[in-house]
Design a protein around this ligand. Structure first.
Ligand SMILES: *Cc1c(COP(=O)(O)O)cnc(C)c1O
Length: 470
C-alpha cells in the first residue's frame, strides 16, 4: 500500500515509513492510505460472522502488503488481541459496542497494541532499542505503556503532570517494570509535552538515542480501530433480523469523539465495505466538529474540561483526515452530529441505567443520549424542517441521508462504549447513586507499587536523566 499525506498528495511512502515517522515532519500533514480496498463480499456475507481476529487479518492485509508477510501479520494480530470487542443489546433498536475488554479498559488498547507490535516488527533488525517518549494527560499513557510493555526492541518513557491525573490513571501509568517507566513532572501536561518536543528536536540527544513517538495520529493506531467497526456492523446486521425483526437494517455507528481518530477508523471500515449507513459524531462541550458541520466554518479552540475528559479536545487532529476523504456536503449526508454538556452527561448516565439497567461511562453516555434523541423524534423533526438551536446541546441542523430509515424504524444504532464505567467511578456514582463494578485487572493495578520517578520541569535535568538511564 502507498500512503500519502493530507497536506501534499504528491507524497508517496510505504507503511513502514508512515508508522516510524508518525507524521510528515516536512509538511506537518498526516499519513493516509491512497486507497481503501473493499473486502471480498463473500467474506462479509459469511454467516455466522467471522471472528474478530479473522476480520482483523483480512482488513489489515492490504495495508501492510509487501512489507509484513501474512504469517508474521497473523502473529502480530494474535499477540495484540487476546481479547475481543463485545456487542450487547440495549433495547430493540440499539446495541452497545463494548471496547473496554482490553488490559487498560478503554478502546485505545486496540490501536496502541497493534502499533507497538508493528513498530517492534520494523525494528527487528536494529541493534539498539527504539525509545518511545510519550507525554500524557491520562488515558493515552496507560494504553501505550501497557501496549508496549515487554514488546521486544522497544522502550517507553511516559511523562505525566504530577497531581493532575486521577489516582487510578496514575497507577495505570506508574507501576510498570522493565521496558516501561513513568516520570512524574512538576508541571502541567503542556510542560510534559514541551519536554518531549524539545527532546525530539535535540540533535545531540538524537545522535545518542533512537527516539520515536506513539502519537494517536499514527496510522498504525487508526487502521486497527476499523476492525471492530466491521465486526460490530456484521454482528448487528446478522442479529437484527432475530433481535429486532429488521432485515438489512440501516446501521448507524454512534461515536463519542475527541480527536476523531475513532470516527475516522469507522469511515475506513465503511470504505472497505462494512454495512454502515452512517455515523453520529457525538462530542462534549468541545464542539468544534458539530459547529463545523452546522456552519461550515472550522474553528479550532482551546479545550474545555468536562466529565468525559478523554474527549476534551478543541482542535481535533483527524479533522484533517476527514477533510481529505470527503467534502463537507458528503459529511453532512453521512453524519448526524450532536453535543452534550456536563449536566446532560450525568442525566444520560442516570437515564440509561434506569431504562435499561446498563451502567454506561461518561463518554458512552453522550452517544447513548444522542441516539435516544435521534430515534425519539429528533431526526423526524429535522426532516420536518424543525431545527433546534445548535448553540444548545443537541443535534446540528443537517439531515443525514439515513434519516428516513430511522423514522421508518428500519435503523439500528450501535453505540461505541469507549471505556469501562469503573474508570470514571466518581462521575458514574454521582449519576446513579451506586458504584460501578470494578474489573479485576483494574483492582489488581491499584494494589501494585508506584514506581514513578520525580522530575522537575527542567529540560536539562530531563535530558541528563535520559542519557544516564536509557
Ligand atoms: C480517547 C478516548 C475517546 C476519544 O477518541 P478519539 O479517537 O480521540 O475521538 C473517547 N472515549 C475514551 C474513553 C477515550 O479514551
Amino acid at each position: 500500500m502507498i500512503y500519502t499525506d493530507t497536506r501534499d498528495s504528491s507524497v508517496k511512502v510505504d507503511f513502514k515509513t508512515a508508522v516510524m515517522n508518525g507524521m510528515n515532519q516536512a509538511t506537518g500533514g498526516l499519513y493516509i492510505p491512497t486507497s481503501f480496498p473493499k473486502l471480498d463480499p463473500a467474506f462479509i456475507n459469511k454467516n455466522p460472522t467471522p471472528s474478530f481476529r479473522e476480520i482483523a487479518l483480512q482488513m489489515a492485509k492490504p495495508y501492510v502488503e509487501g512489507e509484513i508477510p501474512e504469517e508474521d501479520l497473523i502473529g502480530i494480530i494474535q499477540d495484540a488481541y487476546p481479547f475481543s470487542p463485545k456487542v450487547a443489546p440495549l433495547d430493540s433498536v440499539s446495541y452497545v459496542l463494548e471496547l473496554f475488554h482490553g488490559p487498560t479498559c478503554a478502546f485505545k488498547d486496540f490501536g496502541a497494541r497493534f502499533m507497538a507490535r508493528t513498530m517492534s516488527y520494523f525494528n527487528r533488525n536494529e541493534s539498539t532499542p527504539l525509545h518511545i517518549l510519550v507525554a500524557t494527560s491520562g488515558d493515552t499513557g496507560s494504553a501505550v505503556g501497557s501496549a508496549f510493555h515487554n514488546v521486544p526492541g522497544l522502550d517507553v518513557t511516559i511523562l505525566y503532570p504530577e497531581g493532575k491525573i486521577s489516582p487510578l490513571q496514575e497507577k495505570q501509568l506508574s507501576t510498570f517494570t522493565g521496558n516501561v517507566r513513568a516520570l512524574k513532572v512538576k508541571g502541567t501536561f503542556d510542560d510534559c509535552q514541551k519536554l518531549v518536543k524539545t527532546a525530539f528536536t535535540d540533535t545531540e540527544l538524537r545522535g545518542k538515542l533512537r527516539l520515536s513517538s506513539a502519537n494517536s495520529i499514527n496510522i498504525s493506531r487508526l487502521l486497527p480501530q476499523s476492525f471492530y467497526y466491521m465486526y460490530a456492523a456484521l454482528i448487528a446486521n446478522n442479529r437484527a433480523a432475530m433481535d429486532n425483526k429488521i432485515h438489512s437494517p440501516a446501521i448507524i455507528m454512534v461515536v463519542p469523539s475527541g480527536n476523531f481518530g475513532n470516527l475516522t477508523s469507522g469511515l475506513i471500515a465503511k470504505e472497505m465495505g462494512a454495512p454502515i449507513a452512517g455515523f453520529v459524531a457525538a462530542t462534549n462541550t468541545n464542539r468544534t466538529i458539530p459547529d463545523w458541520i452546522a456552519t461550515g466554518d472550522y474553528n479550532a479552540r482551546p479545550s474545555i474540561e468536562t466529565y468525559a475528559n478523554a474527549m476534551d479536545v478543541g482542535a481535533p487532529s483527524n479533522y484533517e483526515r476527514i477533510k481529505s476523504m470527503y467534502t463537507l456536503d458528503q459529511v453532512r449526508e453521512m453524519f448526524a452530529s450532536y453535543w452534550l454538556d456536563n449536566d446532560g452527561i450525568l442525566k444520560a448516565i442516570e437515564a440509561c441505567n434506569k431504562k435499561t439497567g446498563y451502567i454506561i461511562d461518561p463518554h458512552g453516555a453522550i452517544g447513548y443520549k444522542a441516539w435516544e434523541d435521534i430515534k425519539n423524534g429528533g431526526i423526524a423533526d429535522l426532516v420536518a424542517g424543525v431545527k433546534g438551536d445548535f448553540n444548545k446541546p443537541g443535534l446540528t441542523p443537517n439531515v443525514p441521508s439515513w434519516a428516513q430509515r430511522v423514522i421508518d424504524k428500519k435503523a439500528v444504532g450501535v453505540i461505541l462504549e469507549t471505556a469501562s464505567p469503573a474508570k470514571f467511578g466518581q462521575v458514574v456514582t454521582d449519576a446513579i447513586g451506586k458504584e460501578p463494578p470494578i474489573p479485576a485487572r483494574l483492582e489488581e493495578v491499584m494494589r501494585l507499587q508506584d514506581r514513578a520517578i520525580p522530575m522537575n520541569n527542567d529540560y536539562n535535568q530531563f535530558k541528563e536523566w535520559l542519557l544516564a538511564n536509557l
